[in-house]
Design a protein. Sequence first.
Length: 502
Amino acid sequence: MIQRVKAIDGRNDPNQYDQVRSDEAVFSTNLTYDDDGNLTGEWLDGDCNCDGQVNITDIGAFNLALSDPAEYETTYPGCTLVTADANNDGDVDVLDINPFVDLLLAAAGLGRGESAGRSLPVRRPQQRYHSVANGMRSRRAIGFGLLSLVVQAALGADGVLFQFDAIEAAAGRRVVGDRALGVEHEGVRYCFSSPDNLALFGQAPARYAVHMDGACARMGPLGDLGDPNIWLVHDGKLYFFRSPDCRDTFRKDPARFLSAKLPEVKSASECERGKELVRRAIDAIGGADRLATVKSWRAVVEETVEVNGSTGNRVRSWSYAPDDRLRFELNLPSGERESIVLNGDQGQIQGRYSRPLYSAGRVAARLMMAHHVLTVLKVANRPETAVEHLGDGRVNDAEADLVRVRLYGDAVTLSIDRQSGRVLRMSYPDIGIWSGYGEVIEEFSDFRDAGGLALPFTKASTFDGKRRGDFSFTYTRIDLNPQLGDNVFLVPASAESRPSAP
């Protein structure tokens, strides 16, 4: 049988070839000819990286063949796209995913029924509550996620496998690593092409390992996990992505998705003035002595929301305790529960897509919890915290002083009312879902007594000037020094390992 085959991808010209395929066996040697009838190569069904074997290392090559045929042929110069045409219909597209999965399972001696019977750390395709309206970016994005989900889990892959040499990748070269020369770092297993590169990685893993904990770089460290087969290197740093669309968006403007460096401190006098203004803001809520007695706190928002045409209660809570113990929890009308937990040097996202938090994720979790007036003022009142007066400002009709507080490697700007000393506004950079970094502005009102402190209960939030409905609310209650048991901040032992699927 001879037919013309092409890769279906709107960004690339069709890549075509002629093939002769034998259907007499599940795995057979197939022949490729040019237009003159000359034999140009032989290949094995599913062997997308052309190493003579069909196994988990072919996943990245298969994904690359679907997403970027030209890059596939550059990375695997001895291969042709025919290896990815798993359903033999003449097209390389998402319809080849299921047949390709079958080839991998068959090569491992498994059928779909056998793999389904295993106890596997399987997650459904990502559908975070706050991004449901966005949906999946494309059929291709769904395909990539399901491919890694099914195949890596069924073949018993532990953690996430990055099969390219990270040292070579940092230098701009795509070199497939040897699985025998591998090491695991923060939930990702890296493969290297030489012992020297393996040793170099061991000397400086933070330099060469994937950034943002392997989360999609378009979504940030607390976003969905990226696919290790969809990656790029920017400024010598490795990033994973949820889909080719995410990677393309990041590639167009990387700075938009990376936090900027903090500006230099203006002067010692402005720092002293900043400290004075912070002390005034603390006096306005109840005084430094009362604030010092607050060791822990919990804020709760209970709302009636409409989801898929039906109404129900949605409850969000933020809990904070000493020694870097933090918890954010979301309870949905459906009964589903999701949370972000940090307990010292351990952390986890818990829920439909549970995964551990490593260095970048833990920093992001701290910042998320730090974006509360109570936390900012407690941190700002510490002698070691850098605080500086930036100048004059206004919040609606009120004159204010602008004060920048540096915390956890980031900065928050407070607008302190000159008349009352209250914090009327807080602004800070943050990453939005899909959109990259922007400025969050929160305006406060409805100051009430909460355990002896006058705290704002209502906030109106915007992101780059657009209202953030889910982040504009009135707290149902704010509890100071509540009884928070150790189980509130419990990070299960399973959080030490990353699930197989990206």
